[in-house]
Design a protein around this ligand. Structure first.
Ligand SMILES: C[S@@+](CC[C@H](N)C(=O)[O-])C[C@H]1O[C@@H](n2cnc3c(N)ncnc32)[C@H](O)[C@@H]1O
Length: 246
């Protein structure tokens, strides 16, 4: 299956979830979302929320920050837009359809990148993590809430067996911590600063990575673009079939 087909399959899955998403996943991830917002606001400023979904977290951010939300699913994002308008969330500067693996923002655009329950849903998680790092300014943080699968044992076997079913629903059950650890270890500018369990079920974690100032390797662009960069319009950022084909 090509990458485009995999991404389309995930987008379609969440298109089906959109009408009932808040009912099914609203409460269950509420405390995790709160923990992620709290962590992100320790840095604050310009915050990118990747896989913003129906925008359940948007109202939780302080109005002092400016939030840009992106998601691959138009129906999920449509709900987020309705929520922004209904609740008059003026601190939400934009909501755009965008692939986490191909963010269309310039390097060093955000103070914080937040990804809640998203990394295990994208076809190539490490590619998405690379993109989070690229658009983050040096000194900024990536805040992730994520399901971490078992490394071994019965739960590990079960998670592997469930993969064909859950990937159709829009997420992976098999996702060992080693994937995050390997990604972070491969990049000198990345440092793990926190990893702690969050509810529910003991399967979910809050993970924070810092992008060290004066980094090297893939992210050499210097700081300073944040103040001068004006947020592109939603139309500029929205993924179209033409842009997808480029
Ligand atoms: C489990 S939901 C989480 C939604 C929200 N963050 C929350 O806390 O409820 C996963 C979200 O990631 C989005 N998503 C999946 N793959 C994506 C991709 N490649 N790029 C951007 N968003 C993606 C889905 O459309 C969905 O809205």
């Amino acid at each position: 299956m090509t990458k485009a087909m995999e991404t389309t399959m995930v987008a379609e899955a969440y298109g089906h979830w959109a009408p009932v998403y808040d009912l099914v996943f609203g409460r269950v991830f509420r405390r995790g979302r709160g923990a992620a917002i709290e962590a992100a606001e320790r840095i604050g400023g310009r915050i990118l929320e990747v896989g913003v979904g129906t925008g359940l977290s948007l109202a939780g951010y302080s109005r002092r920050n400016s939030i840009f939300g992106v998601d691959i699913s138009a129906p999920m994002l449509g709900k987020a837009r309705k929520r922004r308008d209904k609740l008059r969330l003026g601190h939400v500067e934009g909501l755009a359809i965008m692939d986490a693996e191909r963010l269309t923002f310039p390097d060093n655009s955000f103070d914080v990148v937040v990804a809640q329950y998203v990394v295990t849903t994208v076809p190539h998680p490490e590619k998405a993590l690379d993109e989070f790092l690229r658009v983050l300014r040096p000194g900024g943080e990536i805040t992730i809430t994520s399901r971490i699968g078992a490394e071994a044992g019965l739960r590990g076997i079960l998670e592997k067996c469930l993969m064909p079913v859950t990937s159709r629903l829009g997420w992976r059950t098999e996702f060992p911590w080693a994937r995050y650890a390997r990604w972070a270890a491969s990049l000198p500018e990345v440092r793990l600063i926190e990893r702690r369990p969050i509810p529910p079920l003991g399967h979910f974690w809050l993970i924070r990575f810092a992008k060290l100032p004066g980094g090297s390797g893939r992210n050499e662009a210097g700081p300073g673009t944040l103040r001068s960069w004006s947020i592109p319009s939603e139309a500029d950022l929205t993924l179209t079939p033409e842009k997808e084909a480029q």
